[in-house]
Design a protein around this ligand. Structure first.
Ligand SMILES: C[S@@+](CC[C@H](N)C(=O)[O-])C[C@H]1O[C@@H](n2cnc3c(N)ncnc32)[C@H](O)[C@@H]1O
Length: 187
């Protein structure tokens, strides 16, 4: 299946600092979080440790084969607070109003129906919930990723804010990716 080995390549941690990315988000014990476009679970198993046994991680993807690999990865790590969810290209199939934080790592630019996805994500978040995107910096030609898979902050902001979010913070502490944090706007 396309992409699965690349998501767990040996050098990824050194290139992307995934644990540092999650440190920045200050995820607390007991939270309910969602990893949308979770792939094989590279970020999900890290989030599972952070929310602990009283919290849970909805790990969503539209590729059933990715979710099969994700389940295997969780079993191998004895992780039981990750709930795999098979989504549709326009609907992540998450429960409404329960999520503290939705994470999209290198996923938003792949959405075929971003507006519909954003509407569902907004509905899934708690009123004070956050939506966080990691995207490769398109502003930086030295980031060695195809332009198709990179985004600028301006692009992300102009697409997401009209769907009921407001840009809260942009963190530029990672080697290759923006961390872009949105808050849900009240209805
Ligand atoms: C580049 S991978 C990133 C995987 C994971 N976030 C990570 O960092 O390891 C992108 C993933 O997004 C998924 N995807 C694309 N469109 C999606 C959608 N509408 N809903 C859920 N997942 C989607 C793909 O199937 C793929 O697994």
């Amino acid at each position: 299946m396309a992409g699965a080995p690349w998501l767990v390549r040996e050098e990824r941690a050194a290139e992307e600092h995934p644990d540092q990315a999650l440190d920045e988000l200050k995820i607390a014990k007991g939270w309910t979080v969602a990893d949308i476009g979770a792939g094989v679970g590279y970020m999900s198993w890290r989030m599972a440790e952070r929310v602990g046994p009283t919290g849970k991680v909805y790990a969503n993807d539209i590729q059933p084969q990715m979710l099969e690999l994700l389940k295997k990865n969780m079993l191998e790590r004895h992780i039981s607070n990750v709930i795999p969810v098979l989504g549709e290209p326009d609907d992540p199939k998450l429960p409404e109003g329960q999520i503290d934080l939705v994470l999209l790592v290198d996923v938003y630019h792949e959405f075929s129906q971003p507006q519909k996805m954003l509407r569902h994500i907004r509905a899934a978040l708690k009123p004070d919930g956050r939506l966080v995107l990691l995207e490769y910096r398109a502003e930086d030609p030295k980031v060695p990723i195809l332009p198709l898979h990179k985004m600028t902050v301006d692009q992300v902001k102009s697409e997401i804010e009209p769907e009921g979010f407001r840009l809260d913070k942009v963190l530029e502490t990672l080697p290759r990716q923006h961390i872009i944090i949105f808050r849900r706007k009240p209805a």
